[in-house]
Design a protein around this ligand. Structure first.
Ligand SMILES: O=C(O)C1=C[C@@H](OP(=O)(O)O)[C@@H](O)[C@H](O)C1
Ligand SMILES: C=C(OP(=O)(O)O)C(=O)O
Length: 442
């Protein structure tokens, strides 16, 4: 992707209007992958047409799926005939950790060979967290020491189910093992000490797979027999709460704002930020609750609010893991101290998000400190702004910086806005429609 700089200005008018959240990224990846694994044609409405999902769709085509979009915007995924086939070229998963980790799990079950790679950010992220359990199941890989991409899956191994407790709270690891387990001998069991997003479990059931998820403490044990086939279904993708987060914080910090975001997924494994912002004094009212495509969705009404700092309970981290950079921005406008702990996983996202968030806030005059697995913001004064923020190929850092600029005295610039298209291609359009001054610049 070519990089484009962008800048946001202090909002002198309130944000107003009703907008629709873009399709959820996690659900969209899964719709493409599960559709490719299924027999028959899966239809997908409301797909997030972000770059991450387009990379996953291309990867599924490389393994033999036929994927097209019709004139009404509905995607059709014709499952691979006789399972995944070995791709002719390396599979480039772009910027998407979810894409590559889930696809490696799915592919490991089919006795195919494939080389996986990605962009500068993805090739620096740890893959051992999925390669280790897949090796335990019997898969073999060629990979340089350190377990980074590129990774080559070697053909031929028959998999055996494992009973696994992931060392990190990770829906990607859980999902990778479950997808491999579909074609493994025996019963795959995964114990999660803390529950992570459960879209894989929900969607596998929608594709006709039998599995059980039994609550255990704050977590669960998922069990699934191998040798099950997925049957094509119709997927309706709900709006992404992680994208809605940017619009919500923008409205909370801009005086006079009053906005409605429609169609937001309210799955409790994803709504930790909404809970936290409400505790901080934010006006967030969800109504019109309904069920669509097996998920609860609602419309969220947000008004500008005076915020105060809070301590975020570490056990809430999995339910808002992608939202800490934008929470730190909200914390810059909240009176007092906001403490975020138990978030060491942020070090291995698209960028080191603790370091990137600290740089983004401190360079714009906000008081922030950090340690290995946490950060603390002391907020309340209008930030100075005026910095050019390095985004490190990270869409969430890019959007967080631009939202910060809406409340700073001087404009906030970012070095590269191109990655925003991975998860929220309509970000600029929607923000402009709400009345924000955010522009790409040369
Ligand atoms: O399963 C998923 O769709 C995701 C899981 C999370 O990653 P981890 O599993 O690494 O926590 C999250 O950060 C990512 O944006 C999407
Ligand atoms: C961490 C993220 O995604 P992924 O791991 O799929 O790259 C994210 O979208 O914030």
């Amino acid at each position: 992707m070519t990089s484009t700089a962008a800048v946001s200005q202090k909002s002198t008018t309130p944000l107003r209007g009703t907008v629709r959240a873009p399709g959820d990224k996690s659900v969209s990846h899964r719709a493409m992958i599960f559709g490719a694994m299924a027999t028959g044609t899966t239809t997908v409405a409301g797909l997030l047409e972000g770059a991450d999902i387009m990379s996953t769709a291309d990867a599924m085509r490389a393994f033999g799926a036929d994927i097209t979009k019709d004139k009404d915007g509905v995607w059709h995924v014709v499952g691979c005939k006789d399972g995944f086939q070995s791709p002719k070229h390396a599979v480039d998963c772009g910027n998407a950790g979810t894409g590559v980790r889930l696809i490696m799990g799915a592919a490991a079950g089919y006795k195919v060979s494939a080389t996986f790679t990605g962009d500068a950010s993805l090739t620096s992220r740890p893959m051992g967290r999925v390669l280790d359990p897949l090796r335990e199941m019997g898969a073999a890989f060629d990979v340089a020491p350190g377990d980074r991409l590129p990774v080559t899956l070697k053909a031929g191994a028959a998999l055996t189910a494992i009973d696994y407790t992931p060392p990190h709270a990770s829906a990607q690891v859980k999902s990778c093992i479950l997808l491999a387990g579909l074609n493994a001998a025996g019963t795959t069991a995964i114990t999660e000490p803390t529950l992570t997003r459960d879209h894989t479990e929900n969607m596998l059931k929608a594709f006709g797979v039998k599995l059980t998820a039994a609550k255990r403490g704050d977590g669960q044990v998922v069990r699934m027999d191998g040798g099950q086939t997925l049957k094509a279904t119709h997927v309706i993708v709900p709006g992404d709460p992680s994208s809605a987060a940017f619009l919500i914080v923008a409205a909370l910090i801009t005086p006079g704002s009053d906005i409605i975001i429609e169609n937001v997924m309210m799955n409790p494994t994803r709504t930790g930020l909404f809970e936290t912002l409400t505790e901080m004094g934010g006006y967030l009212r969800s109504d019109n609750f309904r069920t669509s495509g097996g998920e609860i969705i609602a419309d969220i009404h947000v008004k500008h609010s005076p915020l105060h700092g809070v301590t975020v309970p570490p056990h809430r981290a999995p339910a808002m893991i992608d939202e800490y950079p934008i929470l730190a921005v909200a914390a810059a406008f909240a009176k007092g101290r906001t403490v975020m702990d138990g978030i060491g996983e942020l070090r291995v996202k698209e960028s080191d998000r603790i370091a990137a968030t600290e740089a983004l806030l401190s360079s714009n005059g906000v008081n922030i400190t950090s340690h290995e697995s946490g950060m603390t913001v002391i907020g309340g004064d209008t930030p100075r702004g005026g910095a050019v923020v390095k985004t490190h190929h990270d869409h969430r850092i890019a959007m967080s910086a631009l939202i910060l600029g809406l409340g700073c005295d001087a404009p906030v610039r970012i070095d590269d806005a191109s990655m925003i298209a991975t998860s929220f291609p309509s970000f600029f359009d929607i923000m402009t429609r709400l009345g924000a001054v955010i522009e790409t610049s040369a």
